[in-house]
Design a binder for this molecule. Structure first.
Ligand code: CDP
Length: 204
């Protein structure tokens, strides 16, 4: 069975947590496509050319905990504006999306560019302040020392760059179900996503 769930939205909106829960609930595979851009960003910080890094990307490069730092997130959003970087990553994402047994992909352009025919599309948002608060708590739990104001600025900078780029900008697909998680608990957000996927499966 090919069944693709596309989950897009701005930085730290909860896409990762929701994607993992949806994948676990329905037995689908999950790809956090932000990791592809983070892995390229990390290589660029180490001095590699961005296009060469994207073309040579190995799935093992995604299994690196250091990809979760704010510095790598910023580098990721900087290289994510480059058309040749994005096109080098398309085939891997589409192959993953069409694997047998169902797949959840989360990112910025899954419902619009990578999988415009996805079975279910979700657009997960929250206010910049709520997202920064959640990301701040995540980073603090990992022992990273960073000020809340810095996290908020980082989130806003990345959002603006992601929304305003020419190539695959961050925007909700016309047929996406929007979930604003500003005033939801994570359980409520997960329930809303599972409900949308269940009704998509029912419509098949
Ligand atoms: O986890 P968080 O939402 O903070 O970020 P991420 O999903 O890991 O993505 C890091 C950066 O990669 C984003 O700010 C985007 O610039 C870029 N990205 C993208 O352009 N397209 C995607 N499908 C996924 C991420």
């Amino acid at each position: 069975m090919i069944f693709t769930v596309a989950i897009d939205g701005p930085a730290a909106a909860g896409k990762g947590t929701i994607s993992k829960a949806v994948a676990a609930q329905f037995g689908f595979a999950h790809l956090d496509t932000g990791l592809l851009y983070r892995a390229v960003g990390a290589k660029v910080l180490a001095g590699v050319d961005p296009v060469a890094a994207a073309q040579a990307l190995d799935p093992h490069d995604l299994e690196d905990d250091s990809l979760r730092t704010p510095a790598v997130a910023q580098a990721a959003s900087e290289i994510a504006v480059i058309a040749e970087v994005r096109s080098a990553l398309v085939a891997f994402q589409r192959n993953f999306a069409t694997r047998d047994g169902g797949a959840v992909l989360d990112g910025r352009d899954i419902g619009t560019v990578i999988c415009p025919d996805a079975s279910v599309k979700l657009f997960v948002t929250a206010s910049a302040e709520r997202r920064a608060e959640r990301r701040f708590n995540e980073l603090a739990a990992k022992g990273m020392k960073i000020a809340y104001d810095q996290v908020l600025t980082d989130v806003k900078t990345r959002d603006a760059r992601d929304r305003n780029r020419a190539e695959a900008p961050l925007v909700a697909a016309d047929d996406a179900v929007e979930i604003d998680t500003s005033d939801m608990t994570i359980e409520q957000a997960i329930d809303a996503a599972i409900e949308a996927v269940r009704s998509g499966l029912g419509a098949q």
